[in-house]
Design a protein around this ligand. Structure first.
Ligand SMILES: Cc1cc2nc3c(=O)[nH]c(=O)nc-3n(C[C@H](O)[C@H](O)[C@H](O)COP(=O)(O)OP(=O)(O)OC[C@H]3O[C@@H](n4cnc5c(N)ncnc54)[C@H](O)[C@@H]3O)c2cc1C
Length: 510
């Protein structure tokens, strides 16, 4: 790293002599980074363009219903616990995490159900019901997933890949784990039944990857979930957001909403702070961007300052799919519907090709249905249910005009749900809103409206991903889905852990 001693110091507040860290964005990655920087002795300001913190975990309150906009499946809760511990507190003081079982109820297109859980005996029985010949293969797959989790998550998930040498060092291990295969390719080596292959390979979609393209490292999620469980934050995921904001404020930090950063200010190749859309400038000793990594480079920094993340390279990169999300509340309850349901459509591989490669909006779909009131009825008025349903759809390269398509698409999803899990749905709806790929771009500043940033294929992972310590700009750091290790709550919380290893000690800047 270039000499820190030469950097012009940000003006110190008379009352607060700590070096100043500005964090752009209040997603989970940004909030976790803020807590870690606060614990490292920085005065931290989180700047968020929306009117409330959370990013993809924004909370909509509407007609007595509480809707978490995004993440609802909490895995590896120890990553949250660590943040509370850094502040001398316990997560349980602020948030109750409740285990959810089954993790997912998978519904095949013919109506057959598969309860996916962390209980080895129950899983064996479900596999035996679906594909008796694959039970032994399933057990071997879980053993492989455990190995992948040890290496991919526990060893490499918290390591900064700042140099080619750091990547070269782990390559032999990655090759021995067959990380050049796709998740579906790996699963197919262990089990033969196509439906079981689908059940064991859909997980990358939860972090924006095509199971037929992302590195098999992501098959680690099966073990990660069994090892640490799947949890729900009582009161909604928003409780984790407000809990983290409380930790930051307790450290003397600030979370400022309605503050859109228009530019990262530079002195030569070094970040010196930010300029807001209002024209206000804020000086900083270090700048951490939790905004989408492609957006950060493309829109917050001038092209002339970028050697690695050029406009051309960003345009040619592969981006995750987007999502269409419909949030709705019903005047009745649907007690038979599980907390998390995956409704598989008639096609798997070809549907994913439509989404990721052909970039066309197909007439069929697979859906994830969230019914948080299955675990916490307080999220809806008495006697009602809160839901969201999401459909993976292509990002904005599809040229779909979501302003005119959104209502039609919502109705198609409503018909499917009404005909399968939620009878009388259209006449039971009390409240409704949608989030489209256009909103991912316009509201959350996601390049191409991708819901999870850069796609997690091998050639865009670890060293190949935008680094946590910017390759182009000194004193600029990245956290969140678009940097290493990647999307999902465990990923973005881990990116803040990596930050801890690359950001200078506050004492060195004081
Ligand atoms: C619908 C949905 C469901 C999901 N479900 C799950 C799940 O169940 N479990 C799971 O683990 N993961 C889930 N994910 C993935 C997970 O939510 C994300 O990967 C993660 O929350 C992203 O966090 P992040 O730190 O990258 O920040 P983000 O949440 O992307 O937040 C970035 C923030 O930066 C702000 N920002 C951007 N540009 C600027 C600017 N110029 N100035 C100021 N602020 C700016 C944005 O407004 C935003 O608030 C889901 C994602 C979606 C979309």
């Amino acid at each position: 790293m270039a000499s820190l001693a030469a950097a012009p110091a940000a003006p110190r507040l008379a009352a607060d002599p700590r070096p100043h860290a500005v964090v752009i964005g209040s997603g989970f990655g940004g909030l976790a980074a803020a807590v870690r920087l606060g614990a490292r002795g920085y005065r931290v300001s989180v700047l968020e363009q929306l009117d409330a913190p959370g990013g993809r975990a924004y909370v909509y309150r509407q007609d007595g219903f509480i809707f978490d906009a995004g993440p609802t499946i909490v895995t590896a809760p120890f990553l949250f616990e660590e943040l509370w511990q850094l502040c001398g507190r316990r997560l349980a003081d602020d948030v109750e995490l409740r285990p959810v079982t089954p993790f997912y109820r998978v519904r095949f297109d013919d109506g057959q159900l598969f309860d996916y859980s962390g209980d080895p005996g129950a899983m064996r029985a479900e596999v035996a019901k679906l594909a008796p010949a694959d039970v032994a293969g399933y057990e071997r797959f879980m053993a492989a997933s455990e190995r992948l989790c040890r290496v991919g998550f526990e060893e490499l998930g918290h390591v900064p890949f700042g140099s080619w040498q750091s990547m070269a060092k782990v390559l032999p291990e990655l090759i021995s784990l067959q990380s050049y295969r796709s998740v579906h390719g790996l699963v197919s080596r262990y089990v033969k039944d196509e439906r079981l292959r689908t059940v064991l390979s859909f997980h990358p979609l939860l972090i924006g990857g095509n199971p037929f393209a992302v590195t098999s490292i992501y098959a680690l999620i099966a073990w990660l979930e069994r090892r640490w469980g799947v949890h729900f934050a009582m009161g909604g995921t928003g409780r984790l957001v407000t809990g983290l904001v409380g930790l930051i404020e307790g450290q003397g930090g600030l979370v400022r909403c309605d503050a859109r950063v228009a530019e990262i200010t530079l002195a030569g190749q070094r970040a010196t702070g930010v300029r807001l859309a209002t024209g206000e400038t804020i000086a900083a000793d270090v700048v951490v961007s939790n905004a989408d990594s492609a957006w950060t480079y493309r829109h917050l920094l001038p092209a002339a300052a970028r050697r690695r993340w050029t406009d051309r390279k960003l345009a040619r990169a592969r981006y995750s799919m987007s999502l269409f999300v419909w949030y709705f509340g019903t005047k009745r309850r649907y007690p038979d519907v599980a907390h998390h349901t995956i409704l598989l459509g008639p096609r798997y591989k070809e549907l994913l090709r439509d989404i990721f490669e052909r970039k066309v909006l197909a007439e069929d779909f697979s859906l994830y249905l969230h019914r948080p009131t299955a675990t916490d009825p307080s999220l809806a008025p008495a006697g009602c249910d809160a839901f969201y349903v999401l459909a993976p759809v292509p990002h904005l390269d599809s040229q779909v005009d979501w302003r005119s398509q959104a209502e039609r698409y919502r109705q198609v999803l409503a018909q499917k749900l009404g005909a399968t899990l939620l009878p009388d749905l259209e006449t039971s709806i009390l409240t409704s809103r949608v989030l489209t790929p256009q909103d991912f771009q316009d509201r959350l500043s996601s390049f191409k409206g991708a819901a999870f940033g850069l796609e997690p294929v091998l050639t865009q992972s670890a060293w190949f991903r935008p680094h946590n310590q910017s390759e182009d700009i000194e004193r600029l750091y990245l956290v969140g889905a678009g940097t290493h290790p990647g999307a999902g709550l465990p990923g973005v919380l881990s990116s803040a852990k990596v930050l801890d290893r690359v950001v200078p000690d506050a004492a060195a800047l004081a």
